[in-house]
Design a protein around this ligand. Structure first.
Ligand code: LLP
Length: 410
């Protein structure tokens, strides 16, 4: 989003005009920003055989998946439904990495039938897999590297108390199973967490994967997950992707040389690719002062963007309707009937009833984590591409609230 003197715009299209045309609350995505992020990642890793597996869960609209595919990115799917969605978007099965956790074996069998790459997250599943398929189907193994990293405890998943993956300390056990069933392990995977700043965390993770990889003879790829940190707050330090690219690529090439084969290097970014591209546009319904604060109540809330309440996440806010004049301090709150703070104590251009606000960094884990709480409708979604705003999801209607409810005639 850039500000020309009078208005905020994406690719020359004023966000206010988009809000006027499609209404609020509204998710708007800048397709060019997504393409730029993919290009940046490719550039950072241009000395290795990089494969991007976009984390579908971050933003799973079909059109976003299609845009990713056009940009040359594959996908990471964490449920059989996401696998179907990616296939529906035109992905070939071999472009899809399926990384479930805590699913029943029959879901894994469905994924095998669909022909996607299976990432196994626990030892019992590895044994089931061996029993059913032996060496017939190639697999990846998800290791838990025991690294504590991430922006918030809820999104740090590579540590010892986490449910994810198979502990690296259980590698011996894994190897016995691989040997016993003659499993065809073609990849190893880790995902340490989300909002990881530092190249050293990725390097540490990579070293742990390399150590494990030495024990497997037929690897084709190593997958280092997602987690690159994007800037949410002004002045936030973000992952220096060129630095990570350079350092991890060097270490990776040295490992490949030792291993005796050029492997593919996989990453599964979500936030890095789509967070900054997304805005949630909302309308100020009420401006209300209390002894402690001036609240702005908007036509949205934690049902549409749960990150502030769930992770104490900071999202920048801009008053699109007022680009000049004085600022005041506001707390932006949602219309949900419980504490529902979107942004506390922010200096913003004076807000009047009816003004449209943009909540920034709403591309990742925004719409995809939205709900119908309070029986509210979920927003529409718009994608701006080549200077045009396209509706990519219709606003819900009251019928959607009733859909699937069974009236037993009481
Ligand atoms: N790969 C795996 C296996 C993952 O579990 C995740 C995220 C990613 C890749 C992508 O991570 P990213 O690059 O987006 O950080 N809802 C939370 C984030 C949860 C992340 C879950 N896994 C949030 O809004 O901060």
């Amino acid at each position: 989003m850039v500000q020309n003197n009078l208005q905020f715009e994406i690719q020359g299209v004023a966000l206010l005009d988009i809000a006027k045309k499609f209404g609020t609350p509204l998710y708007v995505y800048d397709g060019q920003k997504i393409l730029d992020q993919v290009a940046l990642l490719k550039q950072a890793f241009n000395t290795v055989d990089l494969r991007i597996k976009y984390a579908t869960k971050a933003l799973s609209n079909l059109n976003i998946l299609k845009l990713m595919r056009k940009s040359g990115a594959g996908v990471d799917a964490v449920s059989i439904e996401e696998v179907h969605l990616c296939l529906h978007a035109g992905y070939q099965p071999e472009e899809i990495m399926y990384t479930p956790n805590c699913v029943a074996f029959d879901e894994i069998q469905q994924a095998v039938k669909l022909g996607v790459m299976i990432n196994i997250d626990n030892i019992p599943m590895l044994e089931h897999f061996g029993t059913y398929y032996g060496q017939e189907i190639p697999i990846c193994i998800r290791l838990n590297p025991h690294i504590l990293a991430g922006g918030n405890a809820k999104i740090s998943v590579g540590h010892i108390d986490s449910k994810f993956g198979i502990s690296v300390l259980q590698l011996k056990h894994v190897l016995k199973i691989v040997e016993a069933y003659q499993l065809n392990v073609t990849g190893l995977h880790i995902h340490t967490g989300s909002d990881i700043l530092d190249a050293t965390v990725f390097l540490k993770g990579a070293e742990i994967v390399f150590d494990a990889a030495r024990e497997f003879k037929d690897l084709q790829f190593l997958d280092f997950g997602g987690g690159f940190k994007v800037g949410y707050k002004p002045g936030d330090v973000t992952t220096d992707i060129m630095d990570v690219g350079q350092k991890v690529s060097e270490a990776f090439k040295a490992f490949c040389e030792e291993y005796g084969r050029n492997l593919e290097l996989w990453f599964e970014p979500g936030k890095f690719l789509v967070s900054e591209a997304g805005y949630l546009l909302v309308k100020a319904n009420v401006v209300k002062s209390t002894p402690a604060s001036t609240f702005v109540g908007v036509d949205s809330g934690l049902n549409h963007l749960i990150r502030p309440m769930m992770y104490d996440a900071y999202h920048g806010v801009v008053n699109l309707s007022q680009t000049e004049g004085p600022e005041r301090v506001y707390t932006i709150v949602g219309y949900i009937c419980e504490t529902d703070t979107i942004a506390a104590d922010r200096k913003l251009k004076e807000i009047k009833e009816g003004d449209v606000l943009a909540i920034k960094n709403a591309g990742a884990y925004g719409f995809s984590m939205s709900s119908n709480y309070n029986s509210r409708l979920r927003p529409a979604e718009v994608l701006v591409l080549d200077g045009k705003a396209h509706l990519i999801r219709e606003r819900e209607s009251f019928e959607d609230i009733l859909r699937h409810q069974v009236d037993i005639g009481l």
